[in-house]
Design a protein around this ligand. Structure first.
Ligand code: SAM
Length: 339
């Protein structure tokens, strides 16, 4: 299943809730949010039915996300349902880690393959300022559990100028201590990033320069044919880290990701203003063939290159004005689309 630019349908980010237990300033900075109506959120059987169709059409990697996915009741039960499906090569989870220590074991037992924890700072006061919650200790406990149960993990860090751009080396060191590969993400002007501005973006070039000053030579890790968003680099001692330059050097050309929100809206690009409603046909009793045709038709017509289009704009500001769409349609939000 290729889209109009020859990109295969492979990677599905499955959001299981739009709720979150942190309020990161670059993602959910506002006081109030419009939440998805609870009755709209897909039941596990519904998610499972849609996943079957996606797998049949070529998806082989699924990442559970949110909101904060660990807030979804009985998440291990969903993991168990999905992990057992034929055709799936990779089942991963992205979490802020706050509730991970208490759930890591059940998730592992249910068949979860990999965990990525988002962590932007190792300084307690900074963590509180950035997320509005005093939970750094809980996140680090979660990371320790993931390390113990899953072995290797990933740590995703959004780098923001004047906020945490002085912590690149400490985060690499921390990653090393927990067998975690850190991936530094350029600050994106998506969804709820209403405080985004170009001058707060720390580019890949700047990150590399800062790490070179600290560690000396850094070499790119050659990964021919990789469609992963992160480019990987190695320090002289072999420690690796990644950089996702979605803002200054988008990877649209190879992007094989799509996103299903917790209420069954399917988005073909993080920047797409509209999604395809899969919940309505599902609840109307549409047949597997009908839903397959809907998804196949959507992907076949996909020509999105949202991040490149944003880059091409001269005067770039936050993607969605807060008072406008963001307040009316939760689907525009990063915490609804799953990041
Ligand atoms: N709550 C989970 C977590 O913290 O990983 C999953 C959802 S969160 C929306 C997924 C990822 O999106 C996180 O790593 C978060 O840092 C990232 N993210 C949110 N807003 C962002 C922005 N404006 N620019 C870059 N990354 C962002």
């Amino acid at each position: 299943m290729n889209d109009l630019l020859g990109r295969p349908l492979r990677n599905l980010r499955l959001s299981v809730t739009d709720r979150c237990n942190l309020r990161c300033e670059y993602c959910m900075p506002e006081e109030d949010y419009v939440w998805l109506p609870r009755e709209d959120v897909l039941h596990f059987e519904e998610t499972s039915a849609l996943v079957d169709v996606f797998l049949a059409l070529g998806v082989d990697k699924i990442r559970l996300t949110g909101g904060e996915p660990l807030l979804r009741r009985d998440l291990p039960a969903l993991v168990r349902i999905i992990a057992g499906k034929p055709g799936l090569n990779d089942l991963a989870l992205t979490t802020n880690g706050v509730l991970l220590a208490g759930q890591a074991e059940a998730l592992k037992a249910a068949g979860l393959g990999r965990i990525t924890v988002s962590l932007d700072t190792l300084q307690r006061e900074r963590f509180v300022k950035l997320t509005r919650f005093d939970q750094l200790g809980a996140v680090q406990e979660g990371i320790a559990s993931a390390h113990r149960l899953f072995g290797r993990l990933k740590i995703d860090t959004v780098v923001i100028r004047g906020v945490n751009d002085d912590e690149l080396a400490p985060l690499v060191e921390y990653g090393r201590s927990v067998n975690g590969e850190v991936r530094f993400i350029e600050y994106m002007d998506v969804g709820g990033a209403s405080r985004w501005s170009n001058d707060r973006v720390v580019s890949r070039a700047e990150m590399l320069e800062s790490l070179r000053r600290h560690y000396g030579p850094i070499t790119p890790v050659d990964e021919p044919g990789s469609t992963a968003p992160a480019e990987r680099f190695a320090l002289a001692d072999g420690t690796t880290f990644g950089i996702i330059a979605s803002t200054t050097d988008p990877f649209c050309r190879t992007c094989d990701r799509s996103r299903l929100t917790a209420d069954g809206m399917w988005y073909l690009c993080l920047y797409a203003s509209r999604g395809l409603d899969l919940r309505a046909p599902l609840r109307r009793g549409a047949s597997v063939d009908e839903i397959t045709a809907l998804i196949a038709g959507g992907w076949g017509a996909r020509d999105d290159r949202g991040a490149e289009a944003r880059l091409a704009l001269g005067d770039r500001r936050a993607f969605v004005p807060v008072q406008d769409l963001l307040k009316r349609d939760p689907h525009i939000e990063m915490h609804t689309r799953g990041g």
